[in-house]
Write a protein that binds this ligand. Structure first.
Ligand code: HEM
Length: 231
């Protein structure tokens, strides 16, 4: 059994399971973030963010999420290096483009760009919330229904209203995330054995739908604030 996890297919299964776990997180994250644009008072988003920051179950999930990211990144690097060693001479470019999409051939690079975006993103928001004494932004607090909580809405809205550069970084990050998922989503199902000719086509379409929802969903938020619609 231990051979399975270190084998090439075992590593792919680990990549797939960690990837599907990260996609589940992204669904919750996007749903919560869309509260930013559905409620201009910021109360709903602040309540959602406060729930995520204080709920004991989420506190357990947070380190699991970090481990999921780390495993996904390390295994991606190992698999890419192994593939390069096994195939030092690249396939004929014409055959390559006939068999695979641009995104599928550049998963490691696109994943790396998403990782750079994530580092910037965590520094913008997560760092401020977790280490307020070390942050450069004064977040402040609000009372919602009698409960005192961090004004996360003001922190997010403030960043997007003040900096068009960050807005562009977030839109590009969302597009790279979408591109990563156009291949990652169905290939995850294929690696865990859940694919045949019929399902592969269907999963490809679901992957494009997911990619579109994530790219547009995450981009809409900075666009909303650039357009001056936020509070
Ligand atoms: C407009 C787009 C986005 C907004 C407004 C946003 C907002 C936030 C906020 C406010 C936090 C801090 C939450 C907390 O620690 O309580 C956070 C954390 C996080 N975000 Fe985003 N996010 C966006 C896009 C993304 C994208 C595209 C990804 C993935 C590529 C992502 C991944 C994460 C991760 C991994 C965390 C840390 C989660 C945790 O430890 O709780 N976010 N985000």
């Amino acid at each position: 059994m231990s051979n399975f996890w270190t084998s090439s297919i075992g590593k792919k299964v680990v990549m797939s399971l960690s990837g599907l776990f990260l996609i589940t997180f992204l669904c919750v994250h996007l749903a919560l973030n869309l509260l930013l644009i559905f409620d201009n008072s910021g109360e709903l988003f602040n309540q959602g963010a406060h729930f995520m920051a204080t709920n004991p179950l989420i506190k357990v999930v947070e380190p699991v999420l970090a481990i999921g990211f780390i495993i996904h990144i390390i295994w991606a690097s190992v698999l890419t290096l192994q593939n390069q060693k096994a195939r030092p001479v690249k396939y004929n470019k014409r055959n390559q483009s006939q068999n695979a999409t641009w995104a599928s051939r550049n998963m490691f690079i696109i994943g790396g760009l998403v990782l750079i975006f994530l580092a910037i993103h965590l520094y913008n928001f997560w760092w401020n919330i977790k280490f307020p004494s070390l942050s450069f932004v004064e977040m402040g607090s609000v009372q919602v229904n009698g409960v005192e909580m961090e004004n996360t809405y003001a922190m997010v809205a403030g960043l997007f209203k003040e900096s068009i550069v960050y807005c562009v970084i977030y839109i590009i990050g969302a597009i790279f995330l979408g591109l990563h998922l156009t291949h990652g989503f169905w290939s995850a199902f294929q690696s865990i054995g859940f694919s045949n000719d019929l399902w592969r086509k269907r999963l490809e379409w679901v992957a494009y739908l997911f990619a579109f929802i994530f790219a547009v969903g995450f981009s809409i938020i900075p666009l909303y604030f650039i357009a001056g619609l936020g509070n």
